[in-house]
Design a protein around this ligand. Structure first.
Ligand code: ACM
Ligand code: ZN
Length: 456
């Protein structure tokens, strides 16, 4: 007992045994000693300490004695949030970042643009926030059940560049890098509603009020489309200090390109075989632009089709085959296969007892047991698997409390899949620890799905 007891931090040089993001945490009756080689490592030691602290008010604070040597298995420990289909406030994004930090995630993939809403202020193109950030109404329920009934209420929201700077600073303090996503060439109807001259047909369009995939996409034959996108990306690059920019690339129907004179002229001039190669041309042109700005491009696995741009990172969502193909070609890969990384899917089979979801079934044990490095991958290519990410698409998630319900506790399970040495993983142990942890989530007012707690 005594006031002299301390938490002692020491930073060791990089050439010691402690790796980047790793730490030693020694808790004895005399002191708590944290040793790391980076600020991130010290930060993660503190998160572990927070997880060990009792949540209830006590007269004496008791922490178990421990000697922990810890480091992550994977570099990319990501969570994604779709802020286009539904918009979440600055405070809600900060709460998401707090939860990510608690579970040692280091990458926030911020889905800022899509067909149903553009959510980032771009100073050069004010109509993106005046027009593209508002849809006139939103479809109610699941299309397979409702036959497209609408709520008749305008829906809007966007982050100003000042908001974004504040959120980046908040994330940086928590050792989280933000990867902004600007979707192209598909999922761009909201942008085209304000700037229809960059489509193949000239419009008119409005931000979509239903979910799904639109045939209206950016025109790949028009040079001014590229200037428009590059001017947007120039502001995005100036705002976000991280090295990664996500350019989407998924679900781009080629219908318009097939009948557009400009797109067809481009195919001819560039000697492209087909519209898939036109998308590859599109991606490569944007990759060249962003590479010259010192950024690394990430795209959904469709960017493989028609040939992968040099240096691009593939985010594998349609299963793992795209990720495997990219890694075999020595491209870095982030795994985010629908199964089990899509946290907008149901987490219970009793769907009548669950809030409406898009479909699917990704229960907690499947997430816990996930191994990001595919067994099929050649052993010498495994270093190309950077890690994995949980995705929270929000077509059917209208408010943040529902985001929490879908994300937790699945993100806790993913956190262990990404951090913990597989030899130390144990689902029963996870549930026991998570049950204790749930008090911390209660104290933070997190609306997690609590079905993992065994009823006494
Ligand atoms: C996606 O889910 N369309 C990437
Ligand atoms: Zn076109």
């Amino acid at each position: 007992m005594g006031l002299h007891k301390a938490i002692v931090f020491s930073i060791t040089p990089f050439d010691t045994a402690i790796k980047e993001e790793g730490y030693l945490l020694n808790i004895s009756s005399d002191e708590i000693r944290i040793t790391a080689s980076t600020g991130a490592g010290s930060f993660y030691a503190i998160q572990t300490l927070i997880q060990l602290l009792p949540v209830e008010q006590q007269t004496r604070l008791k922490i178990p004695a421990a000697a922990i040597a810890d480091e992550p298995q994977y570099k990319w420990r990501g969570m994604h949030l779709d802020c286009s289909r539904h918009f979440f406030s600055k405070e809600e994004i900060k709460k998401y970042l707090d939860l990510m930090a608690l579970y040692k995630f280091n990458t926030f993939h911020w889905h800022l643009t899509d067909d149903q809403g553009w959510r980032i202020e771009i100073k050069k193109y004010p109509l993106l926030t005046q027009i593209s950030s508002t849809r006139k109404e939103t479809v109610i329920g699941h299309p397979k059940d409702t036959g497209n009934k609408f709520d008749r209420k305008p829906y809007s929201g966007y982050y100003s560049q000042e908001d974004i700077k504040e959120i980046i600073a908040y994330a940086t303090e928590r050792h989280i890098t933000i990867v902004p996503e600007i979707e192209m060439p598909g999922h761009s109807v909201a942008a085209l509603a304000a700037y229809p001259q960059y489509s193949c047909t000239g419009g008119p369009f409005e931000p979509m009020t239903i979910w799904g995939v639109s045939n209206e996409v950016f025109c790949a034959g028009n040079d001014s489309t590229f200037s428009f996108i590059e001017n947007i990306l120039s502001e995005v690059c100036a705002l976000f200090p991280g090295k990664y920019i996500h350019i989407g690339g998924d679900e781009c129907p080629k219908d318009r390109w097939k009948t557009c004179a400009k797109c067809q002229a481009r195919i001819k001039k560039e000697k492209l075989a087909n519209e898939a190669e036109l998308q590859s041309y599109f991606t490569k042109r944007i990759v060249n632009y962003l590479t010259a700005k010192g950024k690394t491009v990430i795209g959904w696995d469709e960017i493989l089709e028609g040939g992968l741009a040099p240096g691009a990172i593939v985010m594998s969502w349609r299963g793992t085959s795209g990720g495997i193909a990219a890694a075999e070609q020595e491209h870095y890969v982030v795994m985010s296969p629908g199964n089990p990384c899509y946290f907008d899917h149901y987490q219970s089979k009793k769907i009548n007892e669950e809030p409406l979801a898009i479909g699917g079934y990704n229960p907690l044990p499947a997430v816990y047991d996930y191994v990001p490095t595919p067994k099929k991958l050649s052993p010498d290519k495994t270093p190309y698997i950077l890690g994995a990410q949980g995705n929270v698409w929000t077509e059917y998630i209208p408010d943040f409390s529902h985001v929490e319900y879908m994300a937790l506790p699945r993100m806790c399970a993913l956190a262990e899949a990404l951090w913990t040495d597989p030899e130390n993983k144990n689902y029963k142990g996870f549930i026991r620890r998570l049950t204790i942890q749930s008090k911390l989530l209660d104290a933070k007012n997190v609306n997690y799905d609590n079905k993992f707690i065994k009823k006494k």
